[in-house]
Design a binder for this molecule. Sequence first.
Ligand SMILES: NC(=O)c1ccc[n+]([C@@H]2O[C@H](COP(=O)([O-])OP(=O)(O)OC[C@H]3O[C@@H](n4cnc5c(N)ncnc54)[C@H](O)[C@@H]3O)[C@@H](O)[C@H]2O)c1
Ligand SMILES: O=C(O)C[C@H](O)C(=O)O
Length: 461
Amino acid sequence: MVSGPENPSPHIPPCAEITGMGWAAPGVASGTAVVCNALSVFPIATPLSYASHRARFMHSVRTSFPRPTCFRHSGSGGNEPDECRQRKRPENQGGNRLIVTEYVQISIETLHTFLSRVFVARGFNAADASFIADTLIDADRRGISSHGVQRLAMYDHKLRHGMIDPNAHATVVSDVKACAVLDGHSGMGQLISRDAMELAISKAQNHGIGIVAVRDSNHFGTAGFYARMAADQGLIGLASTNSNPLTVPTHAGLPALGSNPIAFAVGQGDDQLVYDAATSTVSLGKIEVLVKLGQPIEGDWAVDGQGLINHDSADVMDNIKATPRIGGLTPLGGAGETNAGYKGYGLALMVETFTGILSGGLLSLDMRGQHICHCFAAISLESFGGAPLVGSRVAELSRRLRSMPSVDGHDVLVPGDKENTAFRINTTTVTVDEATFRQLAKIGERTGIAAPPAIALDEYR
Ligand SMILES: NC(=O)c1ccc[n+]([C@@H]2O[C@H](COP(=O)([O-])OP(=O)(O)OC[C@H]3O[C@@H](n4cnc5c(N)ncnc54)[C@H](O)[C@@H]3O)[C@@H](O)[C@H]2O)c1
Ligand SMILES: O=C(O)C[C@H](O)C(=O)O
């Protein structure tokens, strides 16, 4: 049944050594700024550097905030009006919008040391701890704040409660030519996924393509990280995962599918094209960040139990955490059929097939925060003219798209541009929201490890 594995990872024992593996599914600091106003929203979706925040904020002040009701420059105490302090579900969310925007800038080096030490304290060896820290910081550097250190509290919770086994390594369930299935044994999603993508890359180098489905893993962070691993080696990379039930099928009022992202990467260096997104309208992480900032949801990202659009970020989070869950994320395209949300629903189902179904693991529908399934694929470009040729054609296509005239004042971009730009800017520091900053401090206290301090923002003084 199982052929000899091509096994690039010292962590994955060859399938021949695996016996009895069936297919049953496994069971402010100082220096922050607060800005409030009743009628506008500060854009937080793709944070760049603090300077960019500042520039974008000042632009929005000039264009949208003719008379800001409060504007505090520094310190976490302050005497600002009560409404400026409000964080949890402002009463007027979705109507007159309350803005509470606080960000903290921290050094990447200090953050990396902190994260690595926390993960070592939670049972990982130093190399694995450092790798996990790399993945979280990579997300923040790229402006994907939904999946950077703001998720440390989630991982820490799962580690403390035995939902993630820091010592687990993937084992091979089945390995036939270009395809394999791994069992992650409830290990850390980032480590299991790294090893699975390494196996897919090695298979693609040998067979032209490699596809590795994984069961019983955990939350892996951004899908793009793993797709880029393959692209960096001159292949096409694909990565996906299922998750807790978060997304409502078209016409349903309960979540049944994960936010099930798909990441695709091709090309190298500055010309790398990376599409990395949920098959729900956005990831849940984006709503978590809005809750932390006390901001409503601008877009039609979520519905309540009746299928009505819900713009109240805190309410959406409460509903998603409720037992049973109520409402959820809209599939990509939106609620109902008007904007073809059934296509996002279909894409989410495709991901569910490649992850939960092909791996023989848990479906999103049955998931409760663990036993997550992934799928990784790598495609060799040897038969298609080779990586340099394909890369140059992709780069040329991207250049032609970017040179298209804009109709609304925003540049035409290609997927990956925002993240690549942010990555180039955020070389020494990253910006986190203040609630996340406080979470880091709390985890620091709990583990006895000094949390990274905020870097003073002189421009606000
Ligand atoms: N681990 C999980 O379970 C899980 C689940 C869902 C999402 N995620 C991750 O969450 C992250 C965010 O996902 P999301 O869906 O909220 O992201 P999103 O809605 O911000 O979409 C991001 C994608 O859209 C592209 N993009 C943005 N603006 C563009 C423009 N003007 N022109 C062209 N392309 C543009 C980006 O480059 C990126 O590829 C991703 O990294 C994803 O992998 C993880
Ligand atoms: O939050 C999850 O469980 C999945 C994912 O990370 C998301 O943000 O949608």
